[in-house]
Design a protein around this ligand. Sequence first.
Ligand code: MN
Length: 157
Amino acid sequence: MNQRAPHPSFRPAQGAGEGLDWAGVDRLDYKSEGEAPFRGISRRVLFDQPELQGQLRYFEIEPGGYSTLERHEHAHAVVILHGAGRALVGRAVRPVAVPDLVWIAPWSWHQFRAAADRPLGFLCLVNQERDRPQLPTPAERAELAREPALAAFFAGN
Ligand code: MN
């Protein structure tokens, strides 16, 4: 288990349009390439504390990028911290912006998309111990896309 001392040292963004950064916090790959579909997203682990059995991560999606459409048994508590975009949770798509809260219940399909012209950054609280995400089968994805709002979301519109 990665036991990391808290280090809430905020480092201001370098210029307009750039995202959030913290001294001593590495910018990591979101997932391994090829593991799942995603575009333009980075991951930072801000806290990884056994005392809380939790991890607080910061994800940042570039304009036009998106996280993986997935579901799993563990839940996410999300706080939008930067920029704007949209979130699919379950069968609902809604716009999100600072400082919206998004609750992703166990086994809910979820995906985040940054706006075309703005990044989307959010905090995501999870259990340290968690199951691996499931991706939709082609049939499940097609079933979700029967909802016009979800089809438009998947198409990036
Ligand atoms: Mn997830």
